[in-house]
Design a protein around this ligand. Sequence first.
Ligand code: LEU
Length: 495
Amino acid sequence: QKNTDTAFFGQPRGLSTLFFTEMWERFSYYGMRAILLFYMYFAVTKGGLGMDQTTAASIMSIYGSLVYLSGVVGGWLSDRVWGSRKTVFYGGILIMFGHIALSLPFGAPALYASILLIVCGTGLLKPNVSEMVGSLYLEDDKRRDAGFSMFVFGINLGAAVAPWAVPWAASGFGLNLFGSEQNFHAGFSLAAIGMFFGLLQYYFDGKKYLSKDSLYPDDPIDKESLRPIINWTIIGLVALAVILGLMAAMGQLNVTNVINLITFVAIILPIIYFIMMISSKKVTKVERSRVIAYVPLFVAAAIFWGIEESGSVVLALFAEQRTVLHIGGWHFAAANFQTLNPLFIMILTPFFVWLWGRWKNQPSAPGKFTAGLIIAGLSYVWMAIPGMLYGTDGRVSPFWLVGSWFIVEIAEMLISPIGLSVTTKLAPKAFKSQMMSMWFLANSAGQAVNAQIVKYYSSATEVPYFLAVGLVSIVFGIILFFFIKRIHGLMEGVD
Ligand code: LEU
């Protein structure tokens, strides 16, 4: 049974359940990420783990990559085994325990356990909570787009509040609980509590307001099809164990090599998906053309997300090491800057909704992607300026960061919502949910590349780093420009 009720600001009541679930989940995720980088590389005397900065930066990126890579499995489990309602709930539980692990003083082992739990948990929760938003509406319900906009607002609300709340907890709630030092575990506890609120609300309200359909898989798997999948899973796990075992035997089982391995998987997986879809017999000629059109958009999205997601790594390092944090009587934590990304999204979204609603001959999706890539590149070129003007030894105004985030969020407006909707429209019938996973895989691939390149970032190298990465994005944007018409043609009528 579908909802026609209008109890939540004109939207079905179930939207409020999903809104708050995702708000709290994102609160916990982005709150944790805001302090995690510093927790990893700060000295032990300052409450950190004392890792070297390049390893910490690389872990941040590969972690981000894995979180969206695991959605492939999460989406499948929901479609074929558990149904979305349970899958989301299990995911939330794993995420909460992931944050609890970090709230305990168990150092690096707790860190790796937490990463594992949150990667699995987010893979179960994130794609399926979005999928449930879509299924609140009947096919022709005109409220769907507005519903998604509200949902995305919830995401960013959680993401914007967390970089204030979590560092505040880590610093002792302004009560000087931990002296002048930080207690990162207190911060991670707040993330765990946030996810707990999300779960509580999801469980009780979900029972009342979410449809019974969501309790069952859409396309339940039968015993026969299950067997080969179990076999392949076992083969995969054995292969993984063999690879890790070989690495260990050769004395090569270390963080760097595990990161390299994951980078490889995150890049190869979408390539396999593309080959599979393009060569599948279930895909019609028109659909095949659309998938081919999606390839350059995917690459563009990966480059964009690479820059966007580096905000919690590269720009976070810049905030900590190169920015004046005392302004007037105020002292900011470097982690607070993470609020700027979601804040600008909330500010800019209404303007762009208005713009797309009014602009008659607006550019096609490839056109918007072109502009997005060039603008994202400019947000990096912008960050090269302070180093060029004042050198890289001292500290500069935080407005450089504010400016960079503002610019990159304009790019996000041109790529994120547009990409999401074009992904659904270009999806072949037989690969609907896989295409949705592809959208997250673009982010995952971008962050996997980041895990390799952030190693070259430091204050000393910031100018060439920002220029080089920024130019790659701009140059790719320019190349895309010359193919806009061709790609649009391949899209076969999709705008
Ligand atoms: N900022 C987005 C979120 O957390 C990123 C996603 C679209 C990959 O939801």
